[in-house]
Design a protein around this ligand. Structure first.
Ligand code: ADP
Ligand code: MG
Length: 363
């Protein structure tokens, strides 16, 4: 695996990195103007960079197939390629659109965040590249604007319709804390994760098909629920308005109920973490999972089984499907110091009982 010097012939001038993230609670709330509570994970994407005298950008990534590792484009002439380099081009376009002056650069990318596993390697890539460019080109860009640059790259250049959570979590997250984010105002607070707990993330190995269209369907159903309720966003519906939601037709009733109760669970989880009450936070994890399974219909039987298995482990406070769903990973709130043993026990039982391969992503 080439070093920067071996790849580009001279040493890097700048390096930057950014972590992956896992969402603790607050799922499918972001596009409804609601609350989310992601935390960064230990895995990171690292970018090394040297400025060039021209406007070319040469990029190399250690994390793709050998034949696809190199890519090249020219600042001001970016155009989508439908490959991984679009995330990098998207960042340079987003920065230029905001008026930042860029120069050509050589970039070496290497990540320990697994790609495409729901831990947001995409945001880690966008944010680490933007950070490297910020320091190489002396850009007066704060961390919130940097997150918006990443989101623009992903939504408008790559063409993935995601909310702002990933980039905010990755840009603003700090170790030992979760980021309590209001996706409507982008207001945020860092909430300490109590020293009594540890996060575990296990990939179920299940990936349902048609994820993109299912996601679009959920979004459209939320919009229809808003229309029926006469509100701009489901964020505007209070818990005291639940009877109005119950009166909606299927499936709008269940979709809206998930979103409104999930927002409430985020607020309660923040309070539970602040009160150092992992038992209460864990109960909220289970309730969130049930809501995603029964009301939002984004779980899958093997994922439910994985949560069930985790729930019977003596060192587990709570567990739930994390991320958009349709398969994917679960996040477990485990007793501090027990994380790797919990992960091994749960993964082993899952494989034995469900004949599915689990991958431990954290720790
Ligand atoms: P996730 O963000 O959950 O990991 P995504 O599908 O949103 O999954 O993003 C994964 C994509 O991001 C990869 O397929 C690749 O195109 C790009 N990507 C992320 N990290 C890297 C990397 N280190 N090197 C090259 N491409 C990367
Ligand atoms: Mg992503």
């Amino acid at each position: 695996m080439g070093t920067f010097g071996e790849l580009f012939g001279s040493p890097a001038a700048v390096s930057a990195d950014a972590p992956g993230r896992v969402n603790l609670i607050g799922e499918h709330t972001d596009y409804n103007g609601g609350f989310v509570l992601p935390a960064i994970i230990p895995q990171r994407t690292r970018v090394e960079l040297a400025r060039r005298a021209d406007r070319r950008v040469r990029v190399w990534s250690a994390n793709v197939e050998p034949a696809s590792r190199w890519a090249e484009f020219v600042i001001g002439e970016e155009s989508p390629t439908r490959t991984w380099v679009d995330y990098v081009q998207g960042v340079t376009v987003a920065l230029r659109r905001r008026g930042y002056a860029l120069v050509g650069v050589d970039l070496r990318i290497e990540s320990t965040v697994p790609l495409g596993s729901g831990l947001s390697s995409s945001a880690a890539l966008e944010v680490s590249v933007a950070r490297a460019l910020r320091s190489a080109c002396d850009l007066a860009l704060d961390d919130v604007e940097l997150a918006m640059v990443g989101k623009w790259a992903e939504n408008e250049f790559v063409g993935a319709p995601t909310g702002i959570m990933d980039q905010m979590a990755v840009s603003l997250g700090q170790p030992g804390t979760a980021l309590f984010l209001d996706t409507r105002t982008l207001g945020f607070e860092r909430v300490p994760i109590p020293p009594s707990v540890e996060l575990v993330v296990i990939d179920s190995g299940v990936r349902r098909r048609l994820v993109t269209s299912e996601y679009a369907t959920r979004r459209a159903q939320c919009e229809e629920a808003c229309r029926l309720l006469g509100v701009a966003q489901l964020r505007d519906v209070a818990m005291t308005d639940l009877p109005k939601i119950e009166a909606l037709a299927e499936p709008f009733c269940r979709r809206a109920r998930h979103v409104v109760t999930e927002d409430e669970r985020v607020l309660q989880a923040v309070a539970a973490l602040r009160a150092n009450d992992p038992g209460q936070a864990g109960e909220l994890f289970y309730a969130s999972h049930a809501s995603m399974r029964d009301d939002y219909d984004v779980s899958a039987p093997p994922v439910d089984a994985l949560v069930e298995i985790a729930s019977s482990d003596r060192d587990v406070y709570g567990a739930r499907l994390t991320g958009g769903g349709f398969g994917g990973s679960i996040v477990i709130l485990a007793r501090a110091g027990s994380g790797s043993r919990v992960a091994a026990r749960v993964a082993e039982r899952y494989q034995a009982e469900c004949a599915q391969r689990a991958t431990v992503l954290v720790p």
